[in-house]
Design a binder for this molecule. Sequence first.
Ligand code: 3EB
Length: 357
Amino acid sequence: MMPAEATLRLEVLPASRLSRLNGQDSVLGGACFSHSARPLDGAELPLLAVDMSLPAGEEAICEVWHCGEPLESGRHGPIRYRQGETLLFGCLSLDEAAPEGARAPLQVATEAAYQAIFELLESRGYQTVLRFWNYFPAINRESHGMERYRQFNIGRQDAFLAHGRSVIDKVPAACALGSAGGGLQIAFLAARANVVGVENPRQLSAYHYPSQYGPRSPTFARAGLVRLGGRDMLFISGTASIVGHQTLHHGDVAAQTRECLHNIAAIVAEANRKAPGADFRLDGLAYKVYVRHSEDLATVRREMTQFIGAPVSAVFLQADVCRAELLVEVEASGGHAIGSGQADIPTADTPCLSTPA
Ligand code: 3EB
């Protein structure tokens, strides 16, 4: 066996082939998407089962991060995690607590979840989070006099503040999407390395959004850049059709998709400026695409193919996006290995833009 060359590898595989991971020492953790969420065995591994629909006829899908280091699994409160010498992947599912005074249950659950995550990271000596993935149902629904995404933003920011973490400038990349059911679910990838925040010159930093989007600004960076195993890696947050702080192209999913990709191109250019040797390219990234209305999937796929101009690795999911007017959100990562990492497993299973819709 060849030693694992890259520190980090992203594998996308159908949930039906998840058992293939059994006994693979390299599995760090990941997330599986199906509707309804399918319970996962392999309880040893931090795999999050997220309730999210896929394009019609497509099989439930898993995103699994692998790492070449010797790994060990652990638990901390609600968190299941797996860690090596330089990387840690963790995930948790929390039910929203019963109403507690004036604070919305989602806000309470979010603050508790992030507090638990920061406790774990502090105790294990992981100061940097490369990426958070946040999923919870009914993200645009109003309760307790406020949209649930805004409740989430309060709970998240309070936990950052309680742990003495900055809520501007030095914040992790993230996404926040509406799932089809279940509790609050968070996955995260952390490192013992320095992460450089990347912002998008076309957009106001989300941590500076004005109060019209909620009493607390969202705590995330447009992207995080990190050097692992001698390679530059880029984690691009969920990216939407926002310029400045405004939503553009109301009701036009094709134009929103193009605007997302212009934003991602700007983030990639900014990352290449900060890491001159890296040469990140749009056609070399692994994408995850969240589409609000499943009937828009074919349009989004077509716009991405046209914009990028090459077949790329992309997972498509149906999810609600954090502003009611947003129809699509695209996240991406690059610089790490992509694929099964085994010559005998054809990569044709990996969903790809070139797959017929
Ligand atoms: C935006 O740019 C779209 O709250 O963690 C994108 C990425 C969005 C992350 C988050 C929200 C988050 O504001 C929404």
